[in-house]
Design a protein around this ligand. Structure first.
Ligand code: HAM
Length: 427
């Protein structure tokens, strides 16, 4: 096959029909679960004023390197816009704009865009589902949010998932820790990897994330966040742990867990797929961001939430050999040997009654039409030939079972189908 003129842009891909059904069932499962926890959907724009995302922190890579930025066409007051790299900022912007009653419990799903170096499980366009609770300080909220994500993984059958949990303390705690960490790392700067020497200047916390060998040695003696937590931070974290324990949700306390976004305060968490043998094994993450809404021009308001990467969740399902139910098979394929107008009518009648129906086009031979019928995955073929037409009947052939066939009158197709389908799936 010769190469086509255009390919999907680097870091993006087409999800074709065979795969798309699985995507939809994962997205639907999340929507159903989140609604059942009392979260309502927010559908926000795919692009925002670039300032919305700059509030995520100038020193985060998402903001400094990875945004797709463009200008709108208003020559008088050109606005700088960016494709959203994540949705928490948009939700906070929406909250500050609409000021809904709190706690505002919302969920979302959709594509995000980050100009990253593509690799296994890392794309430039990827899909997240997520949930946020705005305006609630109670640690029971943290427990609910984490349990929603955990129960979601469970509901789709994922087993090899680990929950990593940490606290970064309140903004004052975080700032004090950051300061201390920076001065410690500065004192051993020559032992750090060149990359971490640069990161340390801008964002010392991110150095904690490093897996490089020489960094690990330095990090072994680094100050830890625990030493900096105040009484309220500790009590909050204790309650979150107690809550998760009471729900039998296992977690690992990971003091060096630093997330890639600057807005986090107190509880932070990440879900790792232990079944994925790639570097990109984080299938979700989140935490509290008690200062972000103020940054968006809203009143001081707490927030907590998570986002889960659907691309990686499906890779994790594949790694665990999980069968995710895809598209529902068609019930009927209409084969018309008399020109095609009967296929048009029968397909329309059955579709109106709720059956999944396909048909072939172009007046092909019986053999060719039966081949397409077979490939369609339909359970039954309805065949209209000259003889059937003369007697005002059709032939109903079982395509998935024993291949048996019966003649039924044109007016009782629906009844016959219902009976055979019922016979196939007895209640
Ligand atoms: P994040 O950790 O940047 O957090 O992304 C969450 C999840 O999105 C990741 O764990 C991963 O599964 C997926 N993901 C991220 N980048 C990519 C990529 N390039 N390709 C494929 N999947 C990716 C956030 O986005 C925060 N907004 C989460 C949050 C919500 N925090 C509080 N509320």
């Amino acid at each position: 096959m010769s190469k086509s003129l255009f390919q999907a842009p680097r870091g993006t891909r087409d999800i074709l029909p065979e795969e798309a059904g699985k995507w939809r069932s994962v997205l639907d499962a999340f929507a159903d679960l989140a609604e059942g926890y009392g979260y309502g959907q927010v559908i926000s724009p795919i692009f925002e004023d670039v300032g919305v995302f700059q509030r995520l922190g100038e020193n985060t890579e998402i903001v400094s390197k990875e945004m797709f930025i463009f200008h709108d066409k208003d020559l008088k007051s050109p606005q700088e816009l960016a494709l959203r790299p994540e949705l928490t900022a948009s939700i906070c912007r929406a909250y500050a704009q609409h000021r809904p009653v709190t706690p505002w419990k919302v969920w979302y799903s959709g594509p995000q865009f980050r100009y990253e170096k593509p690799q296994a499980g890392r794309f430039r366009q990827f899909v997240q589902v997520g949930a946020e609770v705005i305006g609630e300080e109670d640690p029971a909220t943290d427990v609910e949010v984490i349990s929603l994500a955990w129960r979601f993984y469970e509901s789709i059958g994922l087993k090899d998932v680990a929950l990593l949990l940490n606290t970064l303390g309140d903004p004052a705690t975080r700032t004090a820790f950051n300061h201390e960490l920076k001065s410690y790392l500065s004192s051993r700067i020559n032992e750090l990897s060149p990359q971490s020497q640069i990161t340390m200047e801008k964002n010392p916390l991110r150095v904690l994330d490093s897996k490089r060998e020489n960094d690990l040695e330095v990090l072994g003696d680094a100050p830890t966040i625990e030493e900096f937590l105040n009484q309220a931070d500790k009590e909050h974290f204790d309650s979150v742990r107690d809550g998760l324990n009471s729900l039998n949700i296992p977690f690992e306390i990971t003091p060096r867990l630093v997330r890639g976004l600057d807005y986090y305060t107190r509880t932070t968490f990440e879900f790792i797929s232990t079944g994925l043998q790639t570097a990109q094994n984080a299938i979700g993450g989140g935490g509290r961001y008690d200062g972000l809404i103020e940054e968006m021009g809203g009143p001081p308001t707490q927030g907590i939430g998570f986002a889960l990467g659907v691309d990686r969740i499906l890779l994790a399902c594949e790694a665990e050999k999980l069968e995710i139910e895809g598209t529902k098979p068609l019930e009927v394929f209409v084969v018309d040997m008399t020109g095609g107008s009967h296929a048009t009518q029968i397909a329309d009648e059955l579709r109106k009654s709720g059956f999944g129906v396909d048909r072939s086009f172009g007046g092909r031979s019986m053999k060719a039409q039966m081949k397409v019928a077979d490939r369609s995955g339909a359970l039954y073929a309805i065949i209209v030939g000259d003889d059937e037409l003369e007697k005002n009947e059709v032939t109903l052939r079982d395509l998935r079972g024993d291949g048996s066939q019966v003649r039924v009158s044109r007016s009782s197709i629906e009844k016959a189908l219902n009976e055979t389908i019922e016979g196939r799936n007895p209640q």
